[in-house]
Design a protein around this ligand. Structure first.
Ligand code: G3P
Length: 218
């Protein structure tokens, strides 16, 4: 499973990339607004830190506008992945970029039917938002299962399932059991993955017992 970070904060992207755990980055207009930074500058900085795909979302909602903006964004760096909304115009723009060999991420996916369309449009990634489905009383992980099952029926579908809107570590472990290709994870949740009270307790004991031996590893 690939790990992307869902963030536009340079400091946290740098920190987590330093652990060697990051395969890519996703941003969206809300994360860019939260960063308070200039969009194209942030994307260029992220692309220099993380070598994998960096999703940059178009702001336009019409096909021509998406193509115009996507062309500009794709020139920022080789690893820019153009993020497009799951609309008819977004799918048309996805086909345009995928035909040109430019990576695409079709976002705001909330149904298996939409995910089939993203695959038909040649998307590199489709982003089902599981947390937002859970928020309205639906089961986000069931959607991941449904999409993975459908895609596995059709070897010609090359689109990777990128689980988005992740809220907790269980979302990640369950998505991994299902076989999702990628999880895009907020920094806070990524840090929660490592934590276990028995690990902390065990390490504390090992440190204390080792100190009692008076030895050094040289
Ligand atoms: O980047 C897309 C997605 O991960 C957004 O998540 O938390 O705003 O539902 P959230």
């Amino acid at each position: 499973m690939k790990f992307f970070i869902d963030s536009a904060e340079i400091a946290e992207i740098k920190e987590l990339s330093g652990y060697g755990l990051l395969d890519g980055v996703t941003t969206n207009p809300s994360l860019i607004a939260k960063s308070g930074r200039k969009f194209k500058e942030v994307i260029a900085e992220i692309c220099a830190i993380v070598k994998g795909p960096v999703s940059a979302e178009v702001a336009a909602t019409d096909y021509e506008g998406m193509v115009r903006e996507g062309e500009i964004l794709s020139k920022i760096a080789k690893n820019v992945c153009i993020k497009l909304p799951l609309t008819m115009d977004g799918l048309k723009a996805c086909k345009y970029f995928s035909d040109k060999g430019i990576q695409t991420n079709v976002t705001l996916c909330f149904s298996a039917a939409q995910a089939i369309l993203a695959a038909k449009a040649g998307a590199t990634f489709v982003s089902p938002f599981i947390g937002r489905l859970d928020d309205i009383g639906q089961d986000g992980l069931s959607l991941i299962e449904e999409i993975c099952d459908i895609y596995s029926n059709y070897p010609e579908f090359k689109t990777e399932v990128l689980v988005a809107s992740i809220r907790n570590p269980v979302h990640i472990t369950q998505a991994a059991r299902i076989g999702a290709d990628v999880a895009t994870i907020p920094a806070k949740v990524l840090k929660q993955l490592v934590s276990h009270p028995l690990t902390d307790k065990g390490l504390e004991t090992f440190v204390k017992d080792w100190a009692s031996t008076g030895q050094k590893i040289d």
